[in-house]
Design a protein around this ligand. Structure first.
Ligand code: NAP
Length: 258
């Protein structure tokens, strides 16, 4: 090889889905500061620009890619593009998510399907496409975003089912992929300040400030969570030192449960 050619490090390319904002954006910034080239995936590639710019301006390397994680051809094209432009992805953070909250008797079939589609079908398709690169490299990390809602949450039958499903998905992939040097873990956040929780406050008709104060008051560590709290846990799971930690669910919620 020409000594001036820069070859991408096959173990240092990470994909973060839903990384245009919120938790995903913080995870992308953190993985970049940990030394990864980061693919910033979200529905609209234009919306990825602020995260890409934040990584670039901190001296990292990022690529924004528009993708619907629940669409098979779109997922394969996105993973192929990451492999071609950044190098084979060996870290995947399945973070993209939506809520469509309602009490069961008012929940539409569309709202049920939409939530399961993004969280579960999305994580399935992304993991299936990315693990091919990880298995080939003999090293990989998958981190799935679950939630304390997996334990049950009023108005979230669809979301709770999806987030509990993410835990079973995580444990099964850990069993299947361990022999290839790939660990698979889940993080179950409590209340984190993002657009998602701001929308919940709006739907409930309370100010976001009052909503946060109420949630902080009922949390053993008396504050609300930040996207950086979750990014820190992701950083641990993808680290070399966590290579014997697999199939686990880490609640990052300021206490043992929501
Ligand atoms: P967020 O601010 O709403 O960000 C989610 C991102 O995912 C958005 O940019 C969204 O794009 C994107 N997305 C949605 N559907 C997608 C799809 N089909 N393909 C690609 N991208 C898609 O949410 P967040 O609060 O950061 O949450 C991130 C993850 O943590 C989610 O899985 C969520 O369920 C989980 N979580 C959050 C909390 C919390 O308190 N915030 C607690 C527990 C778990 P659009 O904006 O275009 O829709």
């Amino acid at each position: 090889m020409d000594s001036t050619t820069v070859s991408p490090d096959p173990q240092r390319v990470a994909i973060v889905t839903g990384a245009a904002r919120g938790i995903g954006a913080a995870v992308a910034r953190r993985l970049s500061s940990d030394g990864f080239s980061v693919a910033v995936l979200d529905l609209d590639d234009g919306a990825c620009a602020p995260t890409v710019e934040a990584v670039d301006s901190a001296g990292g390397r990022a690529l924004g890619v528009g993708v619907d994680v629940a669409d098979g051809p779109s997922v394969q094209a996105a993973v192929d593009r990451v492999a071609a432009e950044l190098g084979p992805p060996t870290v995947l953070v399945n973070n993209a998510g939506i809520t469509r909250d309602n009490l069961l008797f008012k929940m539409s079939e569309d709202d049920w399907d939409a939530v399961l589609r993004v969280h579960l079908r999305g994580a399935f398709l992304m993991s299936k496409a990315a693990q091919a690169h990880m298995a080939k490299n003999g090293w990989g990390r998958i981190v799935n975003l679950s939630s304390t809602s997996a334990l049950g949450n009023r108005g979230q039958a669809n979301y709770a089912a999806a987030k509990a499903g993410m835990q079973g998905f995580t444990k099964t992939l850990a069993i299947e992929l361990g022999r290839f040097g790939v660990t698979v873990n889940a993080i179950a956040p409590g209340f984190i300040v993002t657009d998602m929780t701001a929308q919940t406050a709006e739907r409930l008709g309370v100010s976001f400030e009052d909503f946060q104060a109420a949630r902080a008051a009922e949390t053993p560590v008396p504050r609300v969570g930040t996207p950086e709290d979750i990014a820190h846990a992701v950083s641990f799971f993808v680290s070399e030192g966590a290579s014997f930690v697999s199939g686990q669910v880490l609640y990052v919620a300021g206490g043992p449960r929501a």
